[in-house]
Design a protein around this ligand. Structure first.
Ligand code: TXA
Ligand code: MG
Length: 313
């Protein structure tokens, strides 16, 4: 099946496929998702199989509104109200105990469920047309960088998959995952940072454990390129790079890079570009991909998180 531009007709076609137990890829403001009906256990299993994802790694349920968020979860409180008012629709995923109506398969056997109300107009329209929550991991093969364009999805899954093409994703990195099960704890950093969240809910912790039980997708081996990827400071890059290196630079002037990909110097633009640049660098046949270490600062936190994982894979 093809990659199709987002129109009312293609949205309806995607919703019809979901209703029939199918799997479709769709754009969100963060990255593309590989969606299926949250209540259809066979479709969920198909998503796990297609991605090659460990079955204990739970999926995010995408919802059209707070009404559905409350239906799929338990313990939605005034803090959650305020988080949703402030950040939804948008790149914040809230983890709560799951409601019994949710099949265990949809949460990788966990007692909790992650919910997010996305902002991308195509995702919103699809959720409205479909009428139910859509469970969707990022639409990449497990362990690879998330897709930020329809082409990336096709690169991973081929032409069999129905992909709604909504252009390049605005944010470029995955949503912030915030557990509200006990004390507010960020399980995965995203563009909504700790400061912004603590202004709404007070103290918020950052999960340091990267165990399989907390948030399996936060384990270190993630966001990998096939080519070895290293992180170097501007000074290190200017002292010289290994042979055959493609360098993603911000301000550094590499004296001997084999290829250079220039990256934006502002955090939101860098984040938007990052995965596409990593995928591009991976196709060039280099021996090494070098990322120039971005500056410190709260607005770069999520980028640092992702590139550290990419370099440790
Ligand atoms: O921006 C995003 O979040 C994208 C778009 C498509 O919405 N989705 C995404 O899904 O990145 P995925 O599956 O690639 O990453 C979801 C992360 C994983 O680290 C997963 O372990 C964690 O959220 N997660 C999901 N449900 C959870 C739960 N019940 N408890 C703890 N962590 C959970
Ligand atoms: Mg993912």
């Amino acid at each position: 099946m093809p990659v199709v531009r987002v129109t009312q007709d293609s949205i309806h076609e995607a919703a019809t496929l979901l209703k029939g137990g199918g799997v479709v890829a769709f754009p969100t403001e963060t990255v593309y998702g590989l969606g299926c009906d949250t209540f259809n256990t066979q479709a969920i299993q198909q998503v796990y199989t297609m991605k090659g994802r460990p079955t204990n790694n739970p999926l995010i349920a995408h919802v059209a509104d707070q009404v559905w968020a409350k239906k799929v979860s338990q313990g939605w409180d005034t803090h959650c109200d305020r988080l949703a008012e402030k950040f939804w629709p948008g790149p914040l995923t809230i983890v709560l105990p799951k409601n019994k109506i949710i099949p265990d398969e949809a949460t990788g056997g966990h007692e909790t469920i992650a919910v997010r109300c996305p902002r991308h107009v195509a995702a919103v329209s699809l959720l409205q047309d479909f009428g139910h929550p859509i469970s969707a991991p990022s639409a990449n093969k497990s362990g690879r960088t998330s897709p930020t364009s329809a082409q990336h999805v096709e690169d991973d899954f081929g032409r069999e998959l129905f992909v709604l093409d909504g252009g390049s994703c605005d944010q470029g990195i995955e949503s912030t995952v915030l557990s509200m099960v006990d004390e507010p704890t960020v399980l995965r950093l995203g563009s909504i940072g700790l400061d912004a969240i603590s202004r709404v809910v007070g103290d918020v912790a950052l999960s340091t454990s990267s165990t399989q039980t907390d948030s399996p997708g936060s384990t270190r081996k993630h966001y990998a390129t096939n080519t070895t990827l290293i992180l170097l400071s501007s000074e290190e890059i200017e002292r010289g790079l290994p042979r055959n290196t493609v360098c993603l630079t911000i301000i550094a002037n590499p004296p001997n890079a084999w290829r250079v990909i220039e990256m934006p110097s502002e955090a939101p633009l860098y984040a938007k570009r990052l995965y596409a640049a990593m995928r591009e660098a991976d196709t060039l046949g280099a021996d090494t991909i070098c990322l120039e270490q971005p500056p410190a600062g709260a607005e770069w936190e999520a980028v640092h998180d992702r590139i550290r994982r990419a370099a440790s894979s």
